[in-house]
Design a protein around this ligand. Structure first.
Ligand code: AVJ
Length: 323
């Protein structure tokens, strides 16, 4: 098992900068959702995927299990695979199994969480004739690294599953895919998972579950700031909120201050004042229509080749080809 890490701005410095700019602005306070995934946050997300109310991951897995061989038919024989945000790696197994029947295969999972990367490597290491090279990095830097190592005659198949694309703000999803496209060659493939529009109450239950696991996942972001940036958030003074934003067709997660308070974040050189009821916006989860995905592909230098939809929990996996 080999691992790569990409250089860049030291992660802690970047975290402090992002927290400072997100919490010191006037208007809506916000924190980038990628910071939800420290080691504890990744473990809490894994628990979310087991909740009866959160059907998204099971839908994604059902599609990949049922259709891995159909998907593989679109992929040239000499290929390598990379995955943006592999998580635990569990849902990737059927794809790797379908592709390795044609010969030895290299798989490059890209993860910002070292714990998630390690569990992905553990989960998939038994698959014969697949060699795993973990990349501990941000998505685009990691993908650039992977693309650089690719042999001239090899196809690149990128997986971006689980509707992580939905976490980008309006317009940022297309900008991100254009950047992905720029690291690829014409003819390369991208399998893109997107959660689809469904009834409002079903969506809210999925992001505000009665066990409180999603609340813990959201609140952990404040705990992480306490641990890593020497801050003194009292997690009990904040409340998890999930709401559907009709204008952007997204479920938003917020953390709402139960009453007026101020919080010191020493490593940011900052004291943040909260009014009673004020929120920090921590995540958006955009919900697509099947047609939206085709348009998103066109707008970012891809074309949609095929699409598989789970009927039980509306979710689409779409195969895009770099134009
Ligand atoms: C991992 C980004 C797909 O947006 O549904 C789950 C993260 N947030 N519950 C999502 C999440 C709250 C999840 N993704």
């Amino acid at each position: 098992m080999t691992n790569l890490t990409t250089p860049g701005i030291p992660a802690q410095k970047q975290f402090a900068d992002d927290v400072r700019s997100g919490l010191s602005r006037g208007g809506q306070k916000e924190l980038p959702s990628k910071y939800l995934y420290d080691n504890l946050g990744s473990a809490l997300f894994d628990a979310i995927t087991l909740l009866p109310e959160y059907g998204l991951t099971r839908a994604d897995e059902r599609i990949l299990q049922r259709h891995a061989r159909d998907i593989a038919k679109f992929i040239p024989h000499r290929t390598m695979v990379s995955e943006l945000g592999s998580g635990s790696g569990r849902k990737t197994r059927p794809i790797l199994n379908a592709l390795r029947t044609r010969g030895p295969l290299a798989y490059y999972p890209i993860e910002i969480s070292s714990a998630a990367l390690a569990s992905c490597e553990m989960e998939l290491r038994d698959i014969e004739s697949v060699s795993i090279v973990g990349v501990e990095s941000e998505y685009l830097a990691g993908l650039a690294e992977v693309a650089e190592r690719r042999a001239a005659d090899l196809h690149l198949f990128v997986l971006f599953l689980g509707s992580t694309i939905g976490n980008f703000d309006a317009g940022a999803d297309a900008r991100f895919l254009r950047e992905v496209r720029q690291t690829l060659r014409a003819g390369d493939s991208l399998l893109l998972g997107t959660d689809l529009i469904k009834p409002r109450d079903q969506l809210i239950d999925a992001y505000h579950d009665p066990r409180g696991v999603t609340a813990a996942f959201n609140l952990n972001l404040l705990g992480r700031i306490n641990r890593e940036l020497d801050a003194d958030f009292d997690l009990r003074q904040f409340e998890h909120v999930a709401r559907f934003n009709e204008a952007t067709q997204s479920v938003e997660m917020h953390l709402r201050a139960r009453h007026e308070q101020s919080v010191a974040i020493r490593d940011c050189g900052l004291t943040v004042a909260f009014a009673a009821g004020e929120t920090i916006w921590t995540e958006s989860s955009h919900k697509y229509t099947p047609q939206d995905v085709a348009e998103l592909a066109d707008a970012s230098g891809f074309a949609m080749q095929a699409q598989w939809i789970d009927e039980k929990w509306p979710f689409a996996n779409s195969l895009l080809v770099a134009a």
